[in-house]
Design a binder for this molecule. Structure first.
Ligand code: CA
Length: 319
């Protein structure tokens, strides 16, 4: 009887422990789900407010850049706003990022100009781009296709170039979704992906050096802010194929920069006639690559900023 009682006592004890164990497992799963839900809710609310925080940051950035460039207008290797990471603390979030000179990135829109509803090929720019593609070891055949297809996408006619493609291709039954060439300058880099031959470069290094300035054909290289990674851009611009020499030119450019383009040409024994692309000693187009941090969440964004004049800065694109 006593033994039976003891057995029963042990059984009750084990059952109680099992129940407690099960309850604690259930409680822990419930709290996990609860915290997951809470975090999901927090994330969704951050997602909803991230864009408004971005707008607030951009407004602040435009004023910050204006103030700093009014103090020191040099877009060179010395100006700290381009060469150091920027950190700003707001009431309930922080912003970190890098501001870079966006002029040293080939604007594909430079290949063509529009005037009075007519498009005209920019022959020097086409030659420059051809050379740039070969600098990045893209074959001549691929380069021809890439250039002709880009030009056909933008030009106003419906006549395909030798290696190009016009509406007959993009709107055919075999092409899904059916598309039509834009017959205007590009607004965003993503538009380039509609062109089939872009597949040949979109995963190559050159892709990082190709940009779109929305609806603008302007392109020049700011010699005072060039980095080693820009050597291909400069090589094709000054018709000097030796990349080691180009790297040396970039290295020997004084950190305070050149006062004139002529000074630069003289120092490196270059002729103005060698230039395939306009050179400049400054820039008016900048890219801010930033991260917003709010509690444990972060939001990355890129904003393209244009200086219209010393008082007016505007956002050209949100990438
Ligand atoms: Ca055409």
């Amino acid at each position: 009887m006593i033994m039976f009682f003891r057995k029963r006592k042990g059984f009750v004890l084990i059952s109680t422990m099992l129940i407690v164990l099960m309850l604690s497992i259930i409680a822990s799963e419930m709290s996990k789900a609860f915290f997951l839900d809470l975090r999901k809710e927090e994330y969704l609310s951050f997602d909803a407010i991230a864009f408004s925080k971005r707008l607030e940051s951009e407004k602040f950035l435009l004023n910050f850049i204006k103030r700093e460039l009014n103090k020191n207008p040099n877009v060179n290797k010395l100006n700290p706003i381009f060469n150091e990471s920027l950190v700003f603390q707001f009431d309930d979030f922080s912003l970190e990022g890098l501001l870079s000179d966006h002029s040293n990135c080939f604007n594909i829109n430079h290949l063509i100009t529009f005037n009075g509803g007519q498009s005209k090929d920019n022959l020097k720019a086409i030659k420059y781009f051809e050379d740039l593609l070969s600098q990045y070891e893209i074959s001549y055949t691929d380069a021809d296709q890439i250039i002709d297809q880009i030009l056909d996408w933008m030009d106003v006619d419906d006549i395909p170039r030798n290696n190009g493609a016009e509406n007959y291709y993009y709107s055919s039954l075999l092409h899904y979704p059916r598309e039509y060439t834009s017959k205007r300058l590009f607004i965003n880099k993503s538009e380039l992906l509609a062109i089939p031959s872009i597949n040949k470069i979109k995963n190559r290094d050159i892709w990082q050096k190709l940009c779109i300035i929305p609806m603008s054909s302007t392109f020049y290289i700011n010699i005072n802010s060039l980095q080693d990674e820009d050597k291909h851009l400069l090589s094709s611009a000054i018709s000097q194929p030796n990349l080691n020499e180009i790297a040396l030119i970039i290295k020997e450019t004084p950190t305070e920069g050149f006062a004139t383009v002529e000074e630069f040409l003289q120092k490196f024994n270059l002729q103005e006639t060698d230039l395939m692309i306009p050179l400049d000693i400054s820039s008016d187009i900048f890219l801010f690559n930033g991260t917003l941090k709010y509690h444990d969440f972060s939001y990355n964004f890129k904003t393209l900023i244009k200086q219209e004049n010393e008082f007016n800065y505007r956002i050209l694109d949100r990438l």
